[in-house]
Design a binder for this molecule. Structure first.
Ligand SMILES: Nc1ncnc2c1ncn2[C@@H]1O[C@H](COP(=O)(O)OP(=O)(O)OP(=O)(O)O)[C@@H](O)[C@H]1O
Length: 259
């Protein structure tokens, strides 16, 4: 197999400018990025450096000003069920139960009834919500809602899980639990994952690779490979060395931005 076939996602020369009144914001300078199939990538960077913009362009919600995103060599021209997004604020359908939220994609695609039921069963179980399948989102905790959001993406056959600060609103204990569950799901499904976070520790805990972004205009500043075996020990010297290196990269930009 040629190298090109192993690369699921390529971002080539992607820039983004937003018009703000008579002015323009350069949200992304040319970004080049290749993410192989199955990789877990975290993006980290100061507020406003373009993380969400890049994620939304990959999702197809936003068009790049120049450049192109391709998946398996095919240009992305809009949203697709191959790419599912999970947001900090859950974005579930409040009028649907857990089960209905999770089976939304298969129902939209008019799959046969038995297949819809089977998929719903499988993914309700995968995120451990069997006892809550008939509840509505407002009857769930934040952690449960985020499990539903992840299951909804995966039940729709996505091979790309795009997560924008998904655990940012959760308490520390729930967050830790969800991080572990997400890693298990990722291992089990092999879904390629791009995860935006503000926490260096979370990035080093989860990712195969951490992209540090910097602002003015937004770009990928550095690309750290995290070769630590999982489960990772947050108190190990290797973990802390990586955490320190990444934090240094991040703060060097903050100091420059203020200068
Ligand atoms: N729709 C829009 N219209 C105008 N400017 C925008 C729009 N979306 C984003 N921007 C600007 O583009 C830049 C990048 O924003 P973006 O939300 O991608 O950053 P971010 O790194 O995700 O920030 P945060 O960590 O705070 O979520 C910012 O300067 C922002 O104000």
């Amino acid at each position: 197999m040629s190298k090109g076939h192993q690369d699921l996602l390529t971002v080539r020369g992607v820039t983004k400018r937003f018009a703000v009144g008579d002015d323009e914001v350069e949200a992304l300078a040319p970004v080049d990025l290749t993410i192989p199939r199955g990789e877990f990538v975290c993006m980290i960077g100061a507020s406003g450096c373009g993380k969400s913009t890049l994620l939304r362009i990959i999702a197809g919600f936003e068009e790049p000003t120049t450049g192109q995103v391709s998946i398996d060599g095919k240009p992305v021209t809009g949203p697709g069920s191959d790419r599912g997004m999970v947001f900090q604020d859950y974005a579930l359908f409040p009028w649907m139960t857990v089960r209905q939220n999770i089976s939304f994609g298969p129902r939209q695609r008019h799959l046969p009834r038995e297949q819809i039921d089977k998929t719903a069963d499988e993914f309700v179980k995968m995120v451990g919500l069997e006892r809550f399948a008939d509840r509505y989102p407002n009857q769930l905790s934040g952690g449960m809602k985020q499990r539903v959001a992840i299951a909804r993406v995966l039940a729709n056959n996505a091979n790309f899980l795009l997560m924008d600060e998904p655990f940012g609103a959760l308490d520390a204990l729930t967050r830790e639990q969800l991080q572990n569950e997400l890693l298990q799901i990722w291992k089990r499904t092999g879904v390629t994952t791009i995860f935006v976070t503000h926490s260096v520790e979370e990035a080093v805990l989860l990712a195969d690779r951490v992209l540090v972004m910097s602002a003015g205009p937004g770009r990928i500043d550095s690309d750290f490979r995290i070769d630590l075996a999982r489960p990772r020990d947050v108190s190990s010297p290797e973990f802390n060395a990586l955490r320190r290196d990444i934090a240094r990269r991040l703060t060097s930009h903050l100091v420059l931005a203020k200068a």
